[in-house]
Design a protein around this ligand. Sequence first.
Ligand code: ADP
Length: 186
Amino acid sequence: PPGVLEVITGPMFSGKSEELIRRLKRARIARQRVACYKPDIDMRYHRTSIASHSQQTHDASTVRNVEDLRAVLFPILDEVEVVGIDEVQFLSPEIIPLVAELIALGKRVILGGLDMTFEAEPFGPVPVLMAMADKVTKLSAVCMTCGQPAIHTQRLSASQELVVVGAVGMYEARCRAHFTPHIDEV
Ligand code: ADP
């Protein structure tokens, strides 16, 4: 029987990684064999796991690109029932046919990724993957200006970039009213 595609999306800090980790942990409780990957652009906490901003983790292998992902996944595919991929927005469009192939082979595929860039443009392959999905979970974060639900990722000023290394401090969640598609000089 064919598999299923689940996409978990929303802005930064909306809990995408947390939700992906939660689903993968539950699959393992159900004794399903899980393989998890992330592109190595995301250096957030670990190279051998995915991590949420709330410090939850799940084992994951880093892959450089879609070709690399195929090369590491296909040899073990017979033993894998659930495939998780976090930060899928950073992968090239070749991820789309690969995901279709995994579904056709009966796998449950769970993807986490940003739907929009900090300029509010569709982000990489994510919108297409959302269209293909059996189930899309669009999460919101908390707007750092007003506390309302936030659908946008706000890029903060370049000066903050020098102060804080890594993503945290460079971006924050904002609602429609408080988001600006330009770098916000706060
Ligand atoms: P994502 O993968 O969507 O970036 P994570 O799962 O890594 O999100 O992190 C979600 C966690 O981030 C929340 O549970 C909370 O602890 C923390 N957090 C920090 N800032 C915010 C915010 N503005 N809105 C919601 N959660 C936030």
